[in-house]
Design a protein around this ligand. Structure first.
Ligand SMILES: Cc1cc2nc3c(=O)[nH]c(=O)nc-3n(C[C@H](O)[C@H](O)[C@H](O)COP(=O)(O)OP(=O)(O)OC[C@H]3O[C@@H](n4cnc5c(N)ncnc54)[C@H](O)[C@@H]3O)c2cc1C
Ligand code: FES
Length: 419
């Protein structure tokens, strides 16, 4: 068979591993053999004629055009709907019987309070998943939403409690917030030190600038403002330094892959400024009770604050520190606590790994941390002077609480934060 020049070019190109788009040759002046040869070659190298390709591309382009126009129309409709249908006009909010203030309706109550510098605990950043942002809405809040129900007890609903992040301001509101929330402040601060304490956990030390001092109780937390997001975004982080240090706070941040807050805090650099609010939280520590502190992962952060404060105010007291982690790589601050133990002889330290490495030279305990609590904490009368602080994943908290119940510890003596 005779090779036409175009077929030869195609073969040459094929030999060089190049795919060639070819315009079908006009039948005029081309022999049947040449047409067959060129067709066979096209099939062989999987190339479609350009007119078929351009037809397909045109269909796609038209589809994209139609979809874009539809999308544009929908956005305009949505804007009109938001502007005119969901327009609530100016609304007033009365807080704790004070003089009402006016805001533009349509926003979340949580955001309206934030703009007014009233900071409500909102650990999930207003996503309706932590249940922390409870306030009483005495008038104007509308019915309780299904998203709020998992976080409100029947008693709370009867007492008009609502989740501030779920209530939209659509009319004048009469709100009651806990008076201690009115003491929560907003701070600007500067990062003074960062270091990794495990493969995924970073210690950050922050110096407060304005105001330059914070009054907090050991076990409390702050909410860090995560910049670069459209809405105001916060994440909660326990203070790991003792309250004696008023001008700076230490935080421990575990990196959650893809997480907004933890990624921001793992990238923040020394001298960078940041914003936070606080202090938040219910932990209240007395001066003489036996302390039982149980932390899982970054749940060790508030325990560092509690134990360091206990050493300062009552170094002779009996205290138990339990730390649960998965592997040897997750162990942190063990040397710091051992050093502290020299000045606080009543401190018992128990670190337990649930999955120690096979090659490990780990000499501490193994298993889940609630098993260690079970082993070391004795059963006592319910009136025994004990205070219990738990912080870590919900499953750990649940297991430890069950053990403590068996040890006769009443519920009211247990403070806990799940995360
Ligand atoms: C009172 C309180 C104190 C806290 N203290 C600390 C602390 O001291 N140190 C600390 O590191 N964290 C602490 N947290 C958790 C912290 O507030 C954030 O929830 C956490 O850093 C994840 O936020 P993110 O913005 O990085 O992830 P997000 O952007 O919120 O989440 C990204 C994705 O990760 C998932 N995710 C979120 N958290 C976890 C998790 N723990 N494990 C696996 N997947 C997760 C989410 O479901 C989501 O799919 C505390 C939480 C509370 C309520
Ligand atoms: S802020 Fe978390 S539920 Fe409202």
């Amino acid at each position: 068979m005779r090779n036409s020049p175009s077929t030869l070019r195609a073969r040459d190109s094929e030999a060089q591993g190049v795919t060639v788009l070819r315009v079908p040759s006009t039948p005029l002046g081309v022999s049947r053999e040449e047409q067959q040869a060129s067709g066979l070659l096209r099939n062989a190298i999987g190339v479609k004629p350009l007119w078929i390709l351009s037809g397909t591309i045109m269909i796609y382009l038209h589809a994209i055009l139609v979809l874009s126009i539809l999308g544009g129309l929908l956005s305009v409709l949505l804007l009109i709907a938001t502007r005119y249908l969901a327009y609530y006009g100016p609304c007033t909010i009365k807080i704790n019987e004070e003089k009402p203030f006016e805001i533009e309706g349509g926003c979340k109550l949580l955001d309206a309070l934030y703009d007014r510098k009233i900071f409500i605990p909102s650990a999930c950043g207003g996503q309706g998943t932590c249940g922390f942002c409870k306030v009483k809405v005495l008038e104007g809040g509308g019915p309780v939403l299904p998203t709020e129900l998992p976080y409100l007890t029947k008693e709370e609903i009867s007492a008009q409690a609502r989740l501030a992040c779920q209530v939209k301001v659509k009319q004048d509101l009469d709100v009651h917030v806990r008076p201690d929330y009115l003491n929560i402040k907003e701070f600007t601060a500067k990062v003074t030190s960062v270091r990794m304490v495990t493969h995924d956990t970073r210690e950050i030390i922050i110096k407060l600038i304005e105001p330059d001092k914070i009054e907090f109780k050991p076990g409390q937390y702050v909410q860090v403002n995560v910049p670069g997001t459209k809405e105001t975004t916060f994440r909660a982080y326990s203070i790991s330094s003792p309250p004696e240090k008023k001008n700076e706070i230490e935080l421990l941040i575990r990196l959650i892959p893809g997480g907004l807050g933890s990624t921001y805090l793992h990238n923040v650099k020394v001298d960078e400024e940041m914003n936070l609010t606080g202090p938040y939280g219910e932990f209240v520590m007395d001066k003489e009770s036996e302390l039982i502190c149980v932390g899982g992962g970054c749940g060790l952060a508030p325990m560092r604050s509690i134990i360091r404060h206990a050493k300062k105010i009552s170094p002779k007291r009996e205290a138990w520190l339990f730390f649960g982690a998965r592997t040897d790589d997750d162990v942190m601050y063990i040397d710091e606590f051992k050093k502290l133990q020299k000045e606080m002889p009543g401190l018992h330290i128990h670190y337990a790994l649930s999955e120690p490495k096979k090659s490990s030279d780990w000499k501490g305990e193994t298993g889940f941390i609630h098993e260690s609590v079970d082993k070391h904490i004795s059963k006592k009368d319910k009136d025994a002077k004990r205070q219990i602080f738990l912080c870590g994943p919900p499953l750990m908290i649940k297991a430890v609480r069950k053990v403590l119940k068996e040890k006769g510890v009443p519920r009211k003596k247990i403070f806990f934060d799940e995360f």
